[in-house]
Design a protein around this ligand. Sequence first.
Ligand code: PLP
Length: 398
Amino acid sequence: MAKTKCGRKQLSLATRSVHAGESRRRFADSLTTPIIQTSTFTFKDSREIEDFTRKGKDHYEYGRYGNPTVTVAEKRLADLEGSEDCVVFSSGMSAITTTILSLVQSGDHIVITDDSYKKTLEFCRSYLKQFAIDCTIVSFGDYEGLDRAIRRNTRFVFSESPTNPYLNIFDLKKLKAVAERHKVLTLIDSTFATPYNQRPLEYGIDLVLQSCTKYLAGHNDILAGAVMGNRSLVDRIRNLHKSMGGTIDPHCCYLLLRGLKTFPLRVARQNETALAVARYLQSHPKITRVYYPFLESHPHYAVATAQMQGGGGVVSFETKGDLNSARKLIDSLQLCFVGPSLGGVETLITHPAMVSYYDYTRKERYALGIKDTLFRLALGIEDAGDIIDDLERGLSKI
Ligand SMILES: *Cc1c(COP(=O)(O)O)cnc(C)c1O
């Protein structure tokens, strides 16, 4: 077990997911985290106001500027990711857009990899242009291209690992080496990994982003997001957050805290189930290709197993047949729910060509590698055998 700076034994991630960042004595001796459901906070007298405004004494002021339930979630997430500080937001996209905007001004340039989350790419490519911020999109895995793309006015490189839907793995050591040479910041959306499977800050990455909607909350019932990093960067983001206003509701934040307590249990199981399902699919005659970073056949297997604890709960695969057989597979499933998102307790399956890329032409989709027979399976916590039986039922129809 690792030692902390003061020489005490570092508690394990499983323990910290339940306890970190919170005083043991809580309001009314409650065991669980109190939900402070208020939009504003009060001052006892003029002295308390002045202690707060002039002497910087800790006091909550207004809901958009901070809330005690939210503070607990921020401290816990910072602890789990190994960062100095964290800001929690109302969604993953709120975390991503607020973070990006806090780091750039007109005339700046940023670099992002091409298979980043669709809405992140859209924001960088289209909206940042309105503020004269230039964006270069680099092919994922092209480390030389990345090196060439960085200019004098580049502020940061943004990437994801693992990515959607091909579970590509970014070599964080190589990313850090390129960024260090050019003295630019590095941002990693680590949603598909969670701090259970990967901790980018240990590789020198500057900021880690999480859509807590997925594994961290883990029950497919809330949206939330977070950014983690050193105090001075996170301070900048927190300050802009107060203006942008993507504030999480305290009750919703309680559900995030509740989910966090069990996330290591769930992710450990999702790692196991996903690997079992990936192996089953790989040996199936109706399957032409399986994408899972912890399968030896994955192009990034070596990097994945070196920098990650497990491959995560998402498996993508291509079947034989065409769009029509893809419909048959979807229509015969009885256990897997058909829908977007991932990381919750229920297994979800999505067909990217019909859902996320429905507005692209077939030619555009194929240029991005989104085939008509591609599926993304996001495993829940059900029994692996039951999920395999469900898939077998669907695949027998092809
Ligand atoms: C879902 C997701 C997001 C966006 O998060 P929301 O909570 O839906 O706003 C960003 N990045 C990745 C990798 C995601 O999976």
